[in-house]
Design a protein around this ligand. Sequence first.
Ligand code: SF4
Length: 287
Amino acid sequence: MENEKKAPMISPGLPMCAGCGMELVIRVLYEELKDDDFISFGGPGCALLTTKVSVPCYGTLFTNMAPSASGVSRELRRQGKDTVCLCIGGDGMFSDIAFGNLSAAAERGEHLLVVCYDNEAYMNTGIQRSSRTPEGAWTNTTPTGPKGFGKKQQQKPFSLLLAEHNVAYTATCSPAHMQDFRKKIRAAREAAREGFAFLHVLAPCPTGWKSKPELIIRQCRDAVNTNYFPLWEARYGQFRITVKVKDPKPVTEFLQTQKRFSHLTEDQVRQLQEDVDANFEHLLKLC
Ligand code: SF4
C-alpha cells in the first residue's frame, strides 16, 4: 500500500471556505507523513471534502471510525506492515458523537493516530453547538439577543480526558506554532507504533466564528497567548507544557476578532476569564 509521494498530496481547488483552518491542518499533516505508508480515515464533516487526495482513503460514519480503523490496523500489523492508520475528524465527531468509541480504542491501546481539528461547532451542517463550543459563543442552536446569551456550558476538556486513559501520546497543537505542531505529528506517528496517539488541533473556521479569513493564524496565536488553548503533550499520563507563555494576555485578545462573541456582557467575559484561568491551573497541576 505504497502512497504516491507526489506533491501536493491534496488537490488544489477544493471547495473549502477561504481561510479554513481545517484545510491547513490536513495539508500539514499529510506533508509531515508523506514519507510514511498511511491510510487516511475520514467521516462526515467538512474534512470529507478533502477526499481529493493522493493517499488511500477509507470513509466511515461518525460512530465507527475508531472501530473500523482498529480492525484495519490490527490486520495490517498481523501482516507485518508498518502502515499508519490516520483518523481525521472534527470536534462534533470525536468530542461528542464518537467519543465512546474513541475512548474504547484509547483504552485498548489501538495503534491509531487520531487527529481532531477543533473548529468548536458542527460547521458543515450549519453551525450548531458542540461540546467544544466555548461558553458564551453564538451558534445557530445557542442564539443571542432576545432568545439567549450564547452557550451556557464550558467546553468539554476531551483531550485531557483522552490523555488520562494513559495512552502512548496526546498533545494539543496550533497552526500558529508550526514547529511545535510538526514535532508533535512526528512524535504521534512514532507513538502510534506503541499504541494510541491523539492530536487535538485548534482549527479556526471563519464561517462559524464570523471572522475574517486572514485572521486565523492570529486567532491561533491569541488562543495560546491567553491560555485559552495551551500547548502541552502527555506520554502515558506524564504531562508537559510545550509552549510556555510568560505573560498571558487577557482572554479578550482571543475574543475580539470573532463576531460570535460580540454580544458578550462584561460579566460573561469575566466569567470566561475565570474559567480559562481555572482550567490552566488544573493543567499545571497535572504537569
Ligand atoms: S465551514 Fe468552516 S471548517 Fe467547514 S470548510 Fe468552511 S471554514 Fe472550513
